[in-house]
Design a protein around this ligand. Structure first.
Ligand SMILES: Nc1ncnc2c1ncn2[C@@H]1O[C@H](COP(=O)(O)OP(=O)(O)OP(=O)(O)O)[C@@H](O)[C@H]1O
Length: 293
């Protein structure tokens, strides 16, 4: 069964092309992070997947059903931003609404409330919630039905480190039980803690960096005089750590070339370690000026 299938998806707002013949498939349960600069179209894409926003062309299938069938919401939930909450209602009112829509047992609901640890403020009206409290309520609402697919739009926003840890643990648990999680975030360190499965929305497409598509690797090298690298490596690709140690962001071919050039000289590279690029490094490669439009 296909969990999510996006086929030839396009969307424009005026002159701005948000999605451009985008194709993407998820076949097995995964945790997928969606990353792009502000205003690129992450929320728009999630809204379109949930059929809350019209799109121009293309098809979306969720668990082998078109997303135009409202039944998809039996198997999928979507954590949007806090504007979807009702300020006059309590947290508990929101939870009861989900409980009755999905016919969840009180035992299941209580277990999840306690796991997220939000019981102490559930009787307050949402208008009196802090941003983090709203986020935790929204998160609880999204996980309550234990769906097969959860979309989360910036779920970590406004959460303190303990809450972030908790959300991470719960998402990992759900994933282990077979739930697919797609979340957007600007918190790149947190993304790396949660998953190494990251897609970047760039030029209207979802770009997945694979080993062979990475144009650079980070090499940490030890040599006699690290300053000598300034004459051989583009400044932007070089971070000098100490007199003898530097980090190079260069392609494998360029690195090999450098080793050959320095071999047998007083500045021969004495030791090397290679690090896979983290999401932040890939982000800055893809979105050089933090803008793609
Ligand atoms: N209803 C709309 N009408 C016109 N333009 C819109 C509309 N909704 C969104 N946009 C534009 O589409 C672009 C993508 O917006 P979107 O909210 O999807 O970005 P995002 O990647 O989620 O951004 P952020 O990281 O800031 O949350 C933005 O330039 C935004 O101004």
């Amino acid at each position: 069964m296909m969990i999510l299938e996006l086929t030839h998806l396009s969307k424009t707002f005026g002159a701005q092309k948000i999605l451009d013949d985008l194709n993407y498939q998820i076949e097995t349960p995964e945790i997928l992070a969606l990353v792009a600069p502000n205003g690129t179209g992450k929320t728009t894409l999630l809204n379109i997947i949930a059929n809350l926003e019209p799109w121009d062309t293309g098809q979306i299938e969720i668990l082998d059903k078109t997303n135009k069938q409202y039944q998809i919401f039996k198997e999928m939930t979507y954590m949007q931003d806090s504007t979807v909450l009702f300020p006059q209602q309590t947290g508990l009112d929101h939870i009861r609404l989900i409980q009755s829509s999905y016919q969840l047992s009180t035992q299941q609901v209580n277990r999840i409330i306690d796991r997220v640890g939000i019981r102490n403020f559930l009787k307050k009206q949402v208008k009196h919630y802090s941003m983090g409290m709203k986020q935790l309520l929204l998160f609880t609402l999204a996980i309550l039905p234990q769906p097969k697919l959860i979309l989360l739009d910036e779920p970590l926003n406004g959460l303190d480190p303990r809450a972030i840890n908790l959300v991470r643990e719960i998402l990992l648990d759900y994933h282990q039980q077979g739930t697919t999680i797609i979340f957007s975030s600007h918190n790149l360190d947190e993304i790396d803690r949660l998953t190494d499965n990251v897609v970047f929305l760039a030029h209207g497409k979802l770009v997945k960096p694979k080993e062979d598509t990475l144009t650079a690797k980070a090499y940490t090298v030890v040599l006699n005089d690290s300053a000598v690298l300034k004459t051989l490596v583009p400044v932007a690709a070089l971070t000098i750590l100490t007199e003898h140690k530097a980090i190079l962001n260069v392609t494998p071919a360029r690195f090999e070339d450098l080793i050959k050039k320095l071999a047998g000289t007083p500045n021969e590279i004495l030791d090397t370690s290679v690090k896979k690029l983290n999401t932040e490094q890939i982000y800055f490669q893809l979105f050089k000026n933090n803008r793609i439009h």
